[in-house]
Design a protein around this ligand. Sequence first.
Ligand SMILES: Nc1ncnc2c1ncn2[C@@H]1O[C@H](COP(=O)(O)OP(=O)(O)OP(=O)(O)O)[C@@H](O)[C@H]1O
Ligand SMILES: [Mg+2]
Length: 156
Amino acid sequence: MYKYDKICKNLEETKELAQKFAKLIKKDGCFINLYGEIGAGKTAFVKLVADAIGVKEKVTSPSFVILNEYHSADIPIYHFDLYRLEHEGVKTIVDELREYSQGKCITFVEWAEFSQNEVPFDHIKINVTYDDNDYRKYSFEGIGENCTKIIKGMNS
Ligand SMILES: Nc1ncnc2c1ncn2[C@@H]1O[C@H](COP(=O)(O)OP(=O)(O)OP(=O)(O)O)[C@@H](O)[C@H]1O
Ligand SMILES: [Mg+2]
């Protein structure tokens, strides 16, 4: 397990953080669980990473549709939001989540607390916290060898 914390004072700094992260994951992909309150900045971060990777479509929140897919960049991006499913509903898409953890793709999962025990494979955790202003703290944690390597890359 390896950690990296970054305080972003505004959206521009979050964009720089997202660009740095995008560079490290765009070749081989990875599975990312996002945590944090409503309005913390989970979707904002996914949007900025997708832009940095070269997604042409408009990236929107999947909170109503559960899953958005983007195929216009060199690597496919899957963006889940489990909020509407909650714990019980997540059981219906566990196999799907597992499938999206394999192969070369980038998978983001918002409201990953609802799938806590369903992600036994290597992944990155990002916890987003905030105050009243535009300050956001993004805390990264790598689980597994490859994901640890990615987070080490964030530190260098
Ligand atoms: N430094 C910053 N980094 C990220 N977002 C910021 C920052 N400053 C302000 N914001 C704003 O905070 C909001 C974050 O909303 P966002 O939709 O990303 O939240 P969320 O965590 O996905 O919430 P939900 O649980 O409802 O999906 C956006 O309107 C974004 O523009
Ligand atoms: Mg969101």
